[in-house]
Design a protein around this ligand. Structure first.
Ligand SMILES: Cc1cc2nc3c(=O)[nH]c(=O)nc-3n(C[C@H](O)[C@H](O)[C@H](O)COP(=O)(O)OP(=O)(O)OC[C@H]3O[C@@H](n4cnc5c(N)ncnc54)[C@H](O)[C@@H]3O)c2cc1C
Length: 474
């Protein structure tokens, strides 16, 4: 006899585990099948948490490297980084958080079934590789199997020299040199980590600019800062070949002018995006609409196959739609909506224009809403306001004066359409920007929202003033 539940969730990442907790809160009997040794998925074990822990180490090193400026005296000798201690601290943070999810499962009486799930029919899941058993879901099976790193043609990941973020988070020595393929969030975060730790870093990006999804002004500012930090950058450049050797990787890249550049590095980190995890899940022949391996869903995460929902990194809204953002907070928001829908609660679709995106490189980047170009493309009569952090007292005190806040607004109704930031604490300041978009705030309302002094947040208010052509401090 299969063990019976109301809901069976496959995958305990930030999408699946949050869906499970919300469903249990609403009185449903829930099981989660997860094959990794810990709960939390990519975010907690391989992604957000370990990378941001490493970035905090890089930040600590930056502060210590500049102690003289701060008048702090420390003993003689070179300042360095002990990677074993870095890894130990990072692992402790990851374990603490994954155990925290285990605790939440116990608290909410959610059963963690350890093993690999395979769908065998409506309401039916077989678990293998671990606690082999049959499960039945009387209401819904939620597919939240996430994503895994993928490469590009000509570059075969060997996980030794040609590595992914999964290996990069665990390096026990600072590489002498590392080439990074791709300058999205993952690529530029690792560039910041390894450059600060002392590596010779080269970024190779196929598109003409760094962080290609961000506003063009943000890309230009990051390029300026990265160059100042000594990071080598090749944009508009295509890697055609990468061959691992015992000591490193030989890379062939085609530059924008057609010339071939040979780059050697100890490691090549492939950060060219992630693909869906659906292999072996048993989706074939069940009526799912799969697009390039992603599971197509509607705006309430229904797959079109009765009794099956899907959410998080594994989904697409279809070929005509904008790409689904692969972000932890997006998957969690989708998990909550899915659980509430299954429990019969009223739910509304997510407005993906209001999803904040953060990149924790140095300087930090955060944005929400439309870029200037996107707003123009949608036909808005656009006005922008930009304010540099460097003018602010708080930024001077912190010694972090790079970057700016840029507001994109609609001239006609004065509505804020997008807020883009690069610079100190941007990943925190974006919370205000997100609320501004969510509440359809006008530039005038932002101007008349009093911002405490001295804070980094003053840059948001001043950028609003600037959008009305009247910044006070520039
Ligand atoms: C290096 C890196 C840094 C990142 N940083 C950030 C960040 O700062 N902020 C942010 O918002 N996002 C970040 N992300 C993205 C974020 O981690 C993902 O968007 C998020 O984890 C997606 O959650 P998910 O639940 O959809 O899938 P996942 O977290 O991938 O979870 C899926 C789970 O399903 C399990 N699974 C798969 N198939 C089966 C099966 N058949 N049976 C049993 N279990 C199965 C997997 O083991 C996995 O645990 C980062 C990603 C990476 C790689």
């Amino acid at each position: 006899m299969p063990s019976e539940f109301d809901v069976v969730v496959i995958g305990a990442g930030t999408g699946g585990y949050v869906a499970a907790i919300r469903a249990a809160q609403l009185g449903l009997k829930v099981a989660v099948v997860e094959r990794q040794k810990a709960l939390g998925g990519t975010c907690l074990i391989w992604g957000c948490i370990p990378t941001k822990a490493l970035l905090e180490h890089a930040h600590a090193l930056k502060v210590v490297q500049n102690v003289k400026e701060w008048g702090v005296t420390i003993g003689e000798g070179a300042v360095g980084i002990d990677m074993n201690q870095v890894q130990a601290r990072k692992d402790k943070i990851v374990t603490g958080l994954t155990k925290g999810v285990e605790f939440l499962f116990k608290k909410n009486k959610i059963e963690w079934i350890k093993g690999t799930a395979r769908i065998t029919g409506r309401g039916k899941v077989e678990v293998t590789d671990g606690e082999s058993q049959s499960l039945s879901a009387t209401r819904e099976i939620v597919i939240a199997t996430g994503s895994a790193p993928r490469s590009v043609p000509g570059v075969e990941i060997d996980r030794k020299r040609i590595i992914t973020s999964d290996e990069a988070i665990g390096l026990r020595e600072v590489p002498k040199s590392i080439a990074i393929l791709g300058s999205g969030a993952v690529g530029v975060e690792f560039a910041s980590i390894f450059r600060r730790f002392g590596s010779d870093v080269t970024i190779i990006e196929l598109l003409p600019r760094l962080v290609p999804v961000e506003d063009e002004a943000i890309s230009a500012e990051l390029l300026k800062s990265f160059k100042k930090q000594g990071i080598k950058i090749h944009t508009g450049t295509k890697v055609t070949k990468a061959a691992p050797s015992a000591t490193g990787v030989d890379i062939e890249a085609q530059l924008p002018d057609g010339n071939v550049e040979r780059i050697t590095a100890e490691y090549l980190l492939v950060a060219t995006g992630r693909g869906p995890v659906t292999t072996g899940l048993g989706l074939e022949g069940q009526g799912f609409n799969l697009e390039r391996g992603y599971i197509a869903v509607d705006d309430l995460f229904r797959t079109g196959v009765p009794g099956f929902s899907a959410l998080g990194d594994v989904i697409t809204f279809g070929s005509g739609a904008a790409p689904h953002p692969q972000l932890a907070h997006v998957s969690s928001a989708e998990g909550i909506i899915t659980a509430e829908r299954i429990a019969g609660q009223p739910v509304k679709p997510i407005n993906y224009d209001h999803v904040p995106g953060c990149t924790y490189c140095d300087p930090e980047i955060a944005s929400v809403g439309l870029t200037e170009k996107e707003a123009q493309a949608r036909g808005y009569d656009v006005r922008v306001g930009t304010f540099p952090f460097g003018v602010l007292g708080r930024a001077k005190m912190a010694g972090e004066t790079e970057g700016f806040v840029k507001i994109v607004a609609d001239k006609r109704y004065d509505e804020v359409l997008g807020i883009h930031m690069i610079g100190p604490r941007s990943t925190e300041l974006v919370a205000e920007a997100t609320l501004a978009l969510r509440t359809e705030c006008t530039v005038d309302e932002l101007i008349h929202t009093i911002h405490a002094h001295p804070t980094f947040a003053e840059a948001v208010a001043e950028a609003a003033h600037a959008a009305h052509g009247a910044a006070i401090h520039i």
